[in-house]
Design a protein. Structure first.
Length: 317
């Protein structure tokens, strides 16, 4: 009997998974807890297209924004555990919300990890007539304590938490100005209403590429490949890393075989060149892997962020 190599087994996996899926006419829905048009929405739709081909059944995206991702997450937590409803969660969903909401309508244990899609940092952007680099920003903040303003999406979002970590390590204070989303904060930044813009790569890189602002640094552990000349804050302040993530989850009690099918399809989608290009162009670091690896990642994130949020006195609800 001829021996099957590991490579051949992996290549045949999508075809093997498609056979039982064809018998299921049920559509798989990926709930995105953000409004249409954002990076999470776009990447989810690209992944859904490839997952449909692998599974042999329709995979669609449904937007359920609201409550800092709580609305969409709650819908999936309460859904039938049959693999027909999944969640494209963000770091806020299962990292920040469980730590700051005393009566949150879901908990981490309500979900079955499927696959970690990516991790991504935040950028601190200054106008061209502002600080030229990280050292200059720290010096300016010491000269004008509490007077430099920066725009984020709110005190309990990871954009603001990342900036609080930067300020803590610099030993300075600045003023947070809250906006409803990146579009509003970007408009305010362009109008000169705020001094700094703190955003993820999907907003930061267009500002940078259009020469509308200077990225002073990323909050990642390593430099972003698309901006190799831009440093990380960790280079000036070792250990200063603040990253969020995107990941696919199913309701708890979803059968392991069903989770595995979804995992193989999601990993296959992550190999799609269009998906990889989109993620890379938005300063995201591609991950993939097994459900167990994603579960371990979620546990480590909870242990890492809870003391940080407490120390920074992020408000609880």
């Amino acid at each position: 009997m001829p021996r099957t190599t590991r490579r051949a087994t992996l290549a045949l996996a999508p075809l093997a998974l498609a056979t039982p899926a064809l018998a299921q006419s049920r559509t798989v829905t990926i709930i995105v807890p953000f409004a249409p048009g954002g990076s999470t929405d776009t990447v989810s739709r690209l992944m859904a297209e490839r997952m449909s081909a692998v599974l042999g059944q329709n995979v669609v995206v449904e937007n359920r924004p609201g409550g800092n991702t709580i609305v969409g997450a709650e819908a999936v937590a309460r859904a039938a555990p049959d693999g027909s409803t999944t969640l494209m969660a963000a770091g806020t969903t299962l990292t920040i919300n469980p730590a700051i909401h005393r009566n949150l309508s879901y908990k981490v244990e309500d979900f079955a990890p499927v696959m970690l899609v990516s991790t991504f940092p935040f950028a601190v952007i200054a106008r061209h007539n502002g600080p030229a680099d990280i050292a200059a920003l720290a010096a300016a903040a010491r000269e004008r304590p509490g007077r430099i303003t920066y725009g984020t999406n709110g005190p309990t979002t990871l954009t603001n938490v990342a900036m609080l970590m930067v300020l803590e390590r610099m030993g300075v204070t600045m003023q947070d100005v809250t906006y409803r989303g990146d579009a509003q904060s970007q408009t305010a930044f362009m109008a000169g209403d705020i001094d700094l813009l703190v955003v993820a790569g999907s907003t930061a890189l267009p500002v940078f590429r259009n020469n509308q602002g200077r990225i002073l640094g990323w909050t990642s552990a390593e430099r972003v490949p698309s901006t190799p000349d831009v440093p990380t804050f960790a280079e000036s302040y070792p250990g200063l890393v603040a990253e969020s993530w995107f990941g696919l989850l199913a309701p708890a009690r979803t059968p392991p075989a069903t989770v595995e099918r979804l995992n193989v399809a999601a990993n296959e989608a992550l190999r799609e060149p269009r998906v990889r290009e989109r993620l890379t162009n938005e300063a995201q670091f591609l991950k993939g892997g097994t459900p167990a690896e994603f579960g371990a990642f979620l546990a480590s994130e909870a242990q890492r962020w809870r003391p940080v949020l407490s120390r920074l006195e992020v408000p609880q609800n």
